[in-house]
Design a protein around this ligand. Structure first.
Ligand code: ADP
Ligand code: ZN
Ligand code: ZN
Length: 854
């Protein structure tokens, strides 16, 4: 008898280890590493993933339970992906169950549908029975009931159900269900030609359509959907069924792939002749692919420098070797042009992992990859888990984008996963960007491959003797620096004008558009050219404020302002989903002067129509793009020049390439600079540089106008000359002084609980455990300037959002550098805390290398 070691799908730290199960004889041969199984666990049946097999475990075999079932004929994960999951769990300190879940397509994730039953033998106290008797009755009539059904029946009893569960009067049950749905198509299979001819001869003369159908099959013997065949012959499906009944053809259900791009034509594109600059950048990448050598490249190319063509040709090299490629893009619905370019070059071989696809559609694409029918996967973050087995190349476009970091557990960064996965496969990694993240850029310099100028800038900022960024990083990425400093075809980068809005105010202009921007927009309208307007809204919200007393509407469960939604006319909390009606008078002072603040895109749209009557505007923001396919729809309209202005938030800054866009305007360039996040200046610089790159990408020259209240801030001022090197030099200098990445690393621990005092105590206990370890290791625990090794624990302090969903939140920040086992120590300290946390009901979440400080 053999034994399967299973990670059970309970995402908690206490159960974060494999459990052993006997493989019963009927399942022998079906169970592999990566198989999805159903197992009995604590009285329930749960889903799990097999992470190991053993002939006989050291434990008493008789005491082991048996696997209940194997859920898929082919294991959804490979041994390689299971190993990658284990690596992720160590790297980001998260339970293995969570890492493995992240790799499964949504269709295969166990239903988390909860079922509720009455606890057997529990006595309901009289007062409880009086208040909640209706709940009990419902469960007596029918049990188990789906939690969702119960909530539908008793919409305001969620808290009561929770309470009764806690009191042991109700119990939670769980069933494993598969959300899997493979679409099938009724398909016609023709018999051998001889049999067909016999059939035709046997058909009576009056059944002309039946005869025609068989004649069609004689001419087209390949399987065909019943519906298609009926259309081709011009008959009904009854004719075909009649033939099937007579045994003259075969009708069978066949699994169908739902190709989300079905019915779309992609013109073939041939490889372009690389420019000398492109060829020089391409050579080392192609070399690594040809030699099947793992290496990482930072392709630092300005907007429009032809990076995408380099990706395409490197992928071709990889396919020529019968190997596979993954391309990550920040947000696939924002990059339809990118997808088109890949489809045009590689056609059917491309699988698109699109977040807007249905679970079924995504599952089909995933199967095409796993079954070897697609060799190129393109998608957002999670496409890094594409189930390939022979990866030769991984491309990460716009590698600096924050969307590559997942903000829920597992809080992985796709860039790090890519490098680890590529290492396993002997594959090359290309990180492309016009504005690389400071971490990646500094790491390329540390490898010593950067251009002399960049190295000098780095040395100036880093000071003597700081070549090591943070020493203990076995996992550190060290890319080869590959610059591409010029645009294709010697097109100039657009000229950038920075407008000081304080001066505009002094001149008496209180409008949303400066004189310069208004003139420029007008000129585009006259010439029939197009403009892109970016409203940098990060940090702004459309909140509600009373002008009489200063009241702002807050979420009652989270310490955060509610956001006004015009469509539904209500106020909503973006964190917990709480919603309330829009107030007509101030709830605090009854004044009617309650107003919606913030500069939403809708307001800009209104201002545009007022200033330029007849102007055609496409607005792209969360409100206008919630529907499936809406991004593509807007962008197609804009490309077909059915609008003069594309107005939007961050989403208009990304990857778009329109020949008639000659003006880019930025409103409120500095709105995100004040956010309490040390990356705020970097993000602002990146965003402005990206959006500036949308202008003048083709024959017509481009112009960029940036409106700001802080024209001297480096994040704004240095965009003017597209001066990445100068900005980076300054910013690295700051980071070094403060010990922030890339000169140090961070781990953030957030504790949450319904009561604050327990939380503070727990945070302090965690911090002191860690400090003890640091001082035992001979670290002073200070972050002293110049010390090669340091670890500092900051906090506990209230989190930037101090209360969320009725839970208080405190956080500790661990800041360290050098040869310090901070991950190991944190893991140990958390382990020691887990028991107390479980007892008190506190939740702990860990973010290793956090990207968002908010
Ligand atoms: P990036 O990805 O660096 O922003 P793109 O790959 O989009 O740049 O290239 C910018 C433009 O230059 C595109 O219109 C592309 O078709 C064109 N282009 C790229 N490489 C070449 C080449 N070798 N010859 C001619 N045109 C090219
Ligand atoms: Zn008021
Ligand atoms: Zn809330």
């Amino acid at each position: 008898m053999s034994v399967a070691r299973v990670i059970v799908d309970v995402p908690s730290r206490e159960t974060d280890r494999p459990f052993d199960y006997l493989i019963p004889p009927r399942l022998e041969g079906w169970v592999e590493v990566g198989s999805r199984v159903a197992v009995p666990f604590g009285g329930r049946t749960l889903q799990g993933i097999v992470v190991g097999l053993a002939e006989d475990a050291s434990v008493d075999l008789k005491r082991l339970k048996e696997l209940a079932d194997v859920l898929d004929a082919v294991p959804p994960l490979s041994a390689e992906l299971v190993e990658l999951g284990e690596w992720m769990s160590r790297r980001w300190l998260c339970p293995l169950a969570i890492s493995l879940q992240a790799m499964l397509p949504a269709a295969l994730k166990g239903k988390t549908e909860k079922y509720i039953t009455l606890a057997r033998g529990a006595q309901w106290p009289a007062d409880t029975l009086e208040t909640y008797g209706d709940l009990k009755q419902a469960l007596e009539r029918h049990s188990p009931l789906k939690m969702s059904g119960l909530l539908q029946q008793f919409p305001d009893r969620a808290d009561a159900i929770k309470k009764l569960l806690k009191a042991g009067l109700l119990e939670e049950a769980q069933k494993v269900e598969d959300r899997l749905s493979v679409r099938t198509v009724l398909t016609v299979f023709a018999p051998e030609p001889d049999a067909l001819r016999e059939g035709i001869a046997a058909i009576p003369a009056r059944a002309a359509k039946q005869r025609e159908t068989l004649e069609y099959l004689l001419a087209h013997p390949e399987p065909i959907a019943q519906q298609r065949l009926a259309e081709e012959v011009g008959t009904g499906t009854a004719t075909i069924r009649a033939l099937a009944d007579k045994g003259l053809l075969e009708l069978r259900q066949v699994e169908e792939d739902r190709d989300p791009y079905a019915g779309r034509n992609f013109p073939q594109s041939a490889p372009m002749r690389l420019t000398p600059a492109q060829a020089e950048a391409f050579a080392p990448i192609a070399g690594a692919v040809a030699e099947r050598r793992h290496d990482v490249f930072l392709l630092h190319g300005v907007t429009g420098s032809g990076k995408t063509e380099i990706y395409l040709q490197a992928i071709q090299k990889c396919l020529d070797q019968d190997r596979e490629a993954i391309v990550l893009v920040p947000e696939i619905s924002l990059t339809p042009q990118m997808v088109e370019r890949f489809k045009s070059r590689f056609g059917e071989r491309v699988a698109v992992m699109h977040s807007r696809l249905s679970n079924g559609e995504r599952y089909d694409e995933w199967r095409r990859i796993r079954d070897g029918r697609a060799q190129v996967a393109i998608g957002a973050r999670s496409a890094i888990f594409a189930p390939f087995s022979r990866i030769g190349l991984i491309v990460i476009d716009e590698e600096h984008e924050t969307s590559y970091k997942q903000e829920e557990s597992p809080k992985y960064h796709a860039r790090d996963v890519a490098v680890e996965r590529a290492r396993q496969h002997g594959a090359a990694v290309v990180l492309g960007s016009a504005t690389p993240s400071l971490e990646t850029y500094a790491a390329a310099i540390a490898r010593g491959t950067a251009a002399a100028g960049a190295r000098r800038a780095y040395a100036a900022s880093a000071g003597e003797g700081t070549t090591a960024l943070s020493a203990s990083e076995d996992d550190a990425i060290r890319p080869v620096y590959v610059p591409l400093p010029e645009r294709v075809g010697d097109r100039p980068l657009p000229g950038v004008t920075i407008v000081d809005m304080r001066e505009e105010l002094k001149l008496g202009n209180r409008a949303m558009f400066s004189g310069a921007l208004a003139d420029a927009l007008r000129a585009r309208l006259e010439r029939g050219e197009q403009s892109v307007l970016l409203l940098n809204r990060r940090g702004y919200s459309t909140f509600v404020m009373c002008r009489s007393c200063g009241y702002t509407a807050q979420c009652p469960h989270c310490d955060i302002a509610l956001t006004y939604h015009r469509g539904s006319q209500n106020l909503r909390c973006h964190y917990c989903g709480y919603a309330e009606r829009e107030p007509s008078v101030c709830p605090s002072c009854q004044s009617p002067h309650i107003r919606f603040f913030g500069t939403g895109t809708q307001k800009v749209e209104e201002a545009l129509s007022q200033t330029f009557p007849g102007i055609r505007v496409i607005r792209m923001d969360v409100d206008t793009t919630s529907e499936k396919g809406s991004h593509e729809k807007w962008l197609t309209q804009f490309r077909e020049r059915r609008a003069d202005v594309l107005l939007g938030t961050q989403m208009v800054a990304k990857g778009l390439d329109f020949p008639y866009v000659t003006l880019v305007g930025v409103l409120a360039a500095d709105s995100a600079l004040k956010l309490p996040d040390f990356r705020a200046p970097e993000r602002t610089f990146q965003l402005l540089t990206q959006v500036a790159g949308r202008a003048g990408r083709h024959e017509l020259p481009g112009e960029v106008i940036i409106q700001t209240y802080e024209p001297e801030h480096p994040s704004v001022a240095l965009v003017r000359h597209h001066d990445y090197a100068a900005f980076t030099e300054q910013e690295l200098g700051h980071r070094r002084k403060l010990g922030y990445p890339p000169f140090g690393r961070l781990i953030s621990i957030t504790l949450s609980h319904e009561q604050a005092p327990a939380l503070i105590a727990m945070g302090q206990s965690f911090a002191s455990k860690l400090r003890e370890r640091a001082s035992a290791a001979g670290l002073t625990g200070s972050n002293a300037y110049g010390a090669p090794n340091a670890l500092e624990v900051l906090g506990p302090v209230a989190s930037p959002i101090p209360r969320l969903k009725d839970r208080y939140r405190f956080q500790c920040m661990i800041k360290y550098r050098g040869d310090v086992d901070a991950l190991g120590w944190t893991a140990q300290a958390l382990q020691e805390l887990a028991e107390a946390a479980k007892r008190t009901g506190a939740q702990i979440s860990v973010d290793v290398d956090p990207q968002m400080m908010l």
